[in-house]
Design a protein. Structure first.
Length: 423
């Protein structure tokens, strides 16, 4: 990895995604060559599943250095819809707020991925890396790995629903969290002393009440929102879990750091839980105005909106708070619709100044966090069809996940389908 702000430190490795130094794992001597992509560059026909996992646990997801041919088809179970346009990489330099808004307003449907392979199967969690790669889990117990070169591999892990996945780059670890009647965790760890070996283990989850609503993770911590509780997983030295009681069900969870978790509760309140101390009086940082259930929370990066927190709740409420002042929101975003769904999604742009939110009407709306005003879809022209814009399109089913990629494209998950939008 490249040197950090302190330069190259002996025995330490800099992770630009987390902006932190970590101890370098012991193992064979490492050279100064650039890290490989998420998967090795060999073709899918020459790569078996063990090699895919080894490559995945060995390296850091990063942006492709060279944009692929825009006329190529999407590899794996998907199809390219638009030729001759491709995705626009805009990662160089500092993006202006106005320039980012112009790009996000004129996105078009670019590709469809059908990685589940089973009719009626639903994607339960989704994480993207760079411009192409992603991880997904399904309600049929499958883990989907899509590499930066377009290759896709699907692993059947267990017969129960997979609720979430966590990828720990520095510790060469991947975990998949299974729900259902017997909640448990599947842990895959590459041995730094024996790099060709992956150790797989299975650990039971001691959930309070058994219900599991959402999974969020940061660094070496994973937190599960459940019935009037949070369950935190720690696997650094040994696998341990700890339960934290709450006054209401934790329907929405955002693990902002190793120790701070923002929790949206069925009671309509959002609390900040400090995992370093025992729970005392709840620290309320926001909530819905009508005290309807909070179904999504997202802490905004301070470089965009200092102390900002997005709160989505039933009763058609989408709000932006300053967590220091929970009595009144900074913005109330108009037009958002959600009066019955407990699973809606929000996504922030890379700069943190724009917000995408799905509603119970199967539509997506976008807003500026700085002004509170909605983004207006780009009008029709030679290269942009309005009906293919995600801000205009009505999707066939509820939207379970949204992600804004590094290239300012938008990934939308609808049941078992991934729709990718690009400029």
């Amino acid at each position: 990895m490249s040197g950090g702000p302190l330069g190259n430190l002996p025995g330490m490795t800099y992770d630009p995604l987390k902006n932190r130094y970590f101890p370098t794992p012991k193992g064979p001597p490492q050279n100064d060559q650039p890290p490989p992509n998420l998967y090795a560059s060999t073709s899918r026909s020459k790569k078996g599943r063990p090699e895919m996992v080894l490559g995945f646990l060995d390296c850091q997801p990063q942006r492709k250095r060279q944009r692929p041919d825009i006329h190529d088809l999407v590899s794996g179970p998907g199809r390219k819809l638009v030729k001759g346009r491709g995705r626009m990489g805009v990662g160089m330099g500092k993006r202006s707020q106005r320039g980012e808004e112009a790009i996000l307003s004129k996105l078009q449907l670019d590709a469809e991925h059908h990685s589940c392979g089973c009719h009626g199967e639903t994607i339960t969690s989704y994480k993207s890396f760079g411009e192409e790669a992603y991880l997904a889990t399904t309600d049929h117990g499958k883990l989907v790995m899509h590499g930066s070169e377009g290759e896709t591999v699907v692993f059947y892990i267990c017969p129960q629903v997979l609720m979430g996945v966590h990828f720990d780059i520095m510790r060469l670890t991947l975990i998949a969290i299974s729900g259902g009647a017997d909640p448990h965790v599947h842990l895959f760890k590459r041995d730094p002393q024996m790099l060709d070996h992956i150790f797989m283990s299975h650990s039971e989850l001691n959930l309070s009440g058994g219900d599991m609503y959402e999974v969020s993770s940061f660094d070496d911590r994973c937190t599960i929102g459940g019935h009037k509780s949070l369950t935190t997983i720690n696997y650094t030295s040994s696998f341990t879990t700890s339960n934290r009681r709450l006054p209401s069900d934790a329907l929405a969870v955002h693990q902002y750091s190793r120790d701070l978790v923002f929790t949206g509760q069925r009671s309509g309140l959002v609390t900040c839980e400090d995992l370093r101390v025992k729970p005392k009086s709840p620290v309320v940082v926001g909530g819905t105005r009508g005290r309807k259930a909070v179904v999504n929370v997202k802490r905004v990066q301070d470089g965009a909106v200092p102390w900002g927190l997005v709160v989505s709740g039933m009763g058609d409420e989408l709000l932006l708070y300053d967590v220091r002042f929970s009595d009144k929101p900074l913005h109330t975003f108009q037009g958002h619709i959600n009066n019955y769904q407990t699973q809606v999604s929000t996504a922030l742009s890379p700069s943190g100044t724009h917000l995408f939110a799905s509603g119970s009407d199967n539509r997506i709306r976008a807003y500026s966090l700085l002004t509170g005003s909605p983004l207006t879809p780009w009008p029709d022209d030679e290269y942009h069809q309005l009906e293919e814009n995600p801000l205009v399109k009505k999707f066939e089913d509820k939207i379970s996940a949204l992600t804004v990629r590094d290239d300012l494209g938008l990934d939308v998950v609808v049941k078992g389908q991934l729709l990718r939008f690009a400029k």
